[in-house]
Design a binder for this molecule. Structure first.
Ligand code: ATP
Ligand code: MG
Length: 154
C-alpha cells in the first residue's frame, strides 16, 4: 500500500503499473490529482469499476489538477463534460447508458482520437478498440476502502 501523501508525483513510473488503496473519497481525489501528471495530448484513460466505486471521484482529482474550478459530475445526465488541461481539452465521457453494440454510433472517436485527453467512465462498454495505447484504471470496493489498479497499456 502506498500512502498518497508519499507519492512522488514527478515520477510517473509509479503509475505504469501500481495498486493503490484509498480510505476516503478525498484520498481517491488526491490519487487522481497525482495521476494527472501522466496526462498529455492524445492520452486515453479507461475507468472501470462497479456503480459507486469512485470513477467520478477519481476524475474530480484530475479535473482539479489542471486548475478547473468546476467538478466532474457523476454520470447519468451528461455524456461528455469538457474541461481544460494546459493547452489541450480534457474530455470526461460517461458511457454507462450505452450498449456495447452502439458505443461507436455516438461519435466517441471524435473525442478520443482528437489529440486531446479523454477520461472514459464505463470504458468496459467499448469493444473493438483499435488503439492499443491507453491507461487502465480499475477500481474495486473493499467495504469503505477502494483498491485502485492502474496500468499503462503499451
Ligand atoms: N475511498 C473512496 N474513494 C472513492 N469514493 C468513496 C470512497 N469511500 C467511499 N466512497 C463513496 O463512494 C461513492 C463513489 O461515487 P462516484 O460517483 O465517484 O462513483 P462512480 O464509480 O463514478 O459511480 P457511477 O458508476 O455511478 O458513475 C461516493 O458516494 C463516495 O463518497
Ligand atoms: Mg461516475
Amino acid at each position: 500500500m502506498i500512502k498518497n501523501k508519499k507519492l512522488n508525483t514527478q515520477d510517473i513510473n509509479i503509475f505504469k503499473e501500481g495498486t493503490f488503496i484509498t480510505k476516503t473519497p478525498h484520498e481517491t481525489r488526491n490519487l487522481g490529482k497525482s495521476f494527472a501528471t501522466v496526462l498529455k495530448a492524445g492520452v486515453i484513460v479507461f475507468l472501470k469499476g462497479e456503480l459507486g466505486s469512485g470513477k467520478t471521484t477519481f476524475t474530480q482529482g484530475i479535473v482539479k489538477a489542471f486548475g478547473n474550478k468546476g467538478f466532474a459530475r457523476s454520470s447519468s445526465f451528461m455524456l461528455v463534460n469538457e474541461y481544460k488541461a494546459n493547452n489541450v481539452k480534457l474530455f470526461h465521457l460517461d458511457l454507462y447508458k450505452l450498449e456495447p453494440s452502439n458505443v461507436w454510433d455516438i461519435g466517441i472517436e471524435e473525442y478520443i482520437y482528437s489529440n486531446n485527453i479523454s477520461i472514459i467512465e464505463w470504458a468496459d462498454r467499448i469493444v473493438d478498440f483499435k488503439n492499443d495505447s491507453h491507461w487502465n484504471v480499475e477500481i474495486s470496493n473493499m467495504y469503505s476502502k477502494r483498491k485502485i489498479k492502474i496500468k499503462k497499456k503499451k
